[in-house]
Design a protein around this ligand. Sequence first.
Ligand code: NAD
Ligand code: WQD
Length: 342
Amino acid sequence: MGTNKVIVTGGLGYIGSHTAVELSEKFQVVIVDDLSNSSIEVLDGISKISNSTPIFEKLDLKIKKDVKKLFDKHNDAIGLIHFAAFKAVGESVEKPLNYYENNLSSLIYILQEIDNRNLLLNLIFSSSCTVYGQAESLPITEEESIKKAESPYGNTKQISEEILFDYARTNPKINITSLRYFNPIGAHHSTNIGELPLGIPGNLVPFITQTAAGIHEKLTVFGNDYNTPDGTCVRDYIHVMDLAKAHIIALEHLIQKRNQDNYSVYNIGTGKGSSVLEVIECFVKNTRVKLNYVIGKRRVGDIESAYADNTKAKEELKWTPKYSLDDAILSAWKWEKKVRNI
Ligand code: NAD
Ligand code: WQD
């Protein structure tokens, strides 16, 4: 008690690094990462922005001994944000066991350590709008029914939420919030950190910025025959710094015990849907850079439309996104140019 230490698992990853920057304004940050999908240079980027270097522990959370080591050293933490997970939907179909092993065992080991040590912890879990699949009604509220997951990755998020719900019922000392992110995009305005996809990106915005940077010949729009205004899929793209901020607000909400139950779920999205063609137009309008694209076939497993009803987060957490799609796309392009020396 008495410290302001917060553990950030997966803190060198895309969302974790941006959250670590925001957190470091108020908390002492301990980053845990095994570098399986990130690089140690990200720590320098975080340090440059925040004028302080977070504590870094290179540990693999799917190894029980490593999780024990973490809490041996940092059992005085008041909060933990659990970002660490594998997140590639397609890869999860190819290698389901790796996804179940990493995403579920890391969570279970963390909860076991908290339980064994009787720690009074506030925990935030990275969930995803993927838990909804194609929702019955739009915008999507937290009341939307959870259907069978489309991928092993999505299933790990559904199961993780169930694990957290069941565990919270047994331990009144723990306070847990799952944040269901919609589509995070963009980068910190300093361009010291951003999204660094390994290999060919599956996500739309990094594919756009890489194509504009000349890395790919063209972008393929996956289908224009959906039942949407322009026929292309609709998503809720949220600036990663708005998402980062949501974590700090949700954590403070838990620390100050302002939550009614010890397990809650919130949608974190802008509430606004944008189609693939609108995102492309937004990119071209803001950057004045030409983007070569063609209309192709639908991508298997794609959801037609998904955007958030974010009323619950706005009302209960008093969180409101402040960046527009233009801001987010411009920041993604600024970051791409920096990475490619353009
Ligand atoms: P990311 O891959 O950039 O970051 C995850 C980090 O966790 C990486 O640095 C990786 O090295 C680390 N990691 C993975 N397994 C680990 C382990 N066993 N031990 C220690 N570290 C480990 O991913 P991200 O986009 O920043 O996503 C963060 C979280 O948010 C994930 O849980 C993801 O499923 C969830 N999420 C992401 C999105 C998105 O579109 N990016 C959307 C919804 C939810
Ligand atoms: C957005 C839109 C594509 C690439 C994924 C995960 C989901 C969640 C968020 C973690 C879609 C279209 C894309 C391209 C395209 N992650 N597109 N050409 O599909 O909403 O979700 O990230 O939890 O689980 O599945 O995001 O960025 O892949 O695609 O036309 O080259 O762009 O069809 O409509 P998606 P995305």
